[in-house]
Write a protein of this length. Structure first.
Length: 190
């Protein structure tokens, strides 16, 4: 069997067409990630009520030599390989009918890890962690803070504003709405 080929972060409009709305990291020309991990901390706090190693649904790849840090979150693939791999799909791994966001209902997750193994990205955007009583393994992944009226907490609390949502980003090629593009052009003119 051949080596698994992993996907790369989508950047162009054509690449983004394969993914749903997801967290994107803006170009370093706009804002450089400081590596503070505030996004990861706020993710853990908003989902679990506390924070700690492995408690976040996003990952930060700290570039210790390059000092270029990378925020890694679920890309919400349109073909949903994690959902298809789940033996309890529809119960543990679900798709939000309104938003299309794939999310995990930890109550029904059996902790098999098949979803994490089927992720197109390396490292996998799905993590395995102990449940709230620290007895059973459960899968966790970014769900764009579904159900939170303020939206993704990682975006809200990022002190350098280096991340956003792909559908709303004027900094991802092909996503600029006319009003947003005018606002970005006006900001560039100043």
């Amino acid at each position: 069997m051949g080596e698994k080929i992993y996907a790369t972060e989508p950047v162009t409009a054509e690449e983004l067409a394969d993914y749903g709305n997801h967290i994107v990291q803006y170009s370093p020309e706009y804002s450089l990630c400081a590596g503070c991990e505030t996004c990861s901390i706020m993710c853990g706090l908003s989902h679990e009520g506390f924070t700690g190693p492995g408690n976040s649904r996003i990952k930060i790849n700290l570039g210790t030599r390059s000092m270029i840090h990378q925020v890694l979150a679920c890309q919400q693939c349109n073909d949903h390989p994690c959902y298809e791999a789940c033996p309890k799909k529809g119960q543990a791994m679900k798709i939000d009918e309104d938003t299309g966001v794939v999310y995990i209902d930890e109550e029904f997750c059996i902790g098999c890890g098949l979803c994490a193994k089927r992720c197109k990205f390396q490292p996998s955007r799905i993590s395995m962690k102990r449940d709230k009583v620290r007895k059973a393994w459960k899968a966790v992944k970014c769900d764009l803070c579904r159900g939170n009226p303020e939206g993704p907490q990682c975006i809200k609390w990022c002190p350098v504003r280096c991340i956003g949502l792909s559908d709303d980003s004027v900094f991802v090629e092909g996503n600029a709405t006319p009003a947003a593009a005018e606002g970005a052009a006006a900001a560039d003119a100043e």
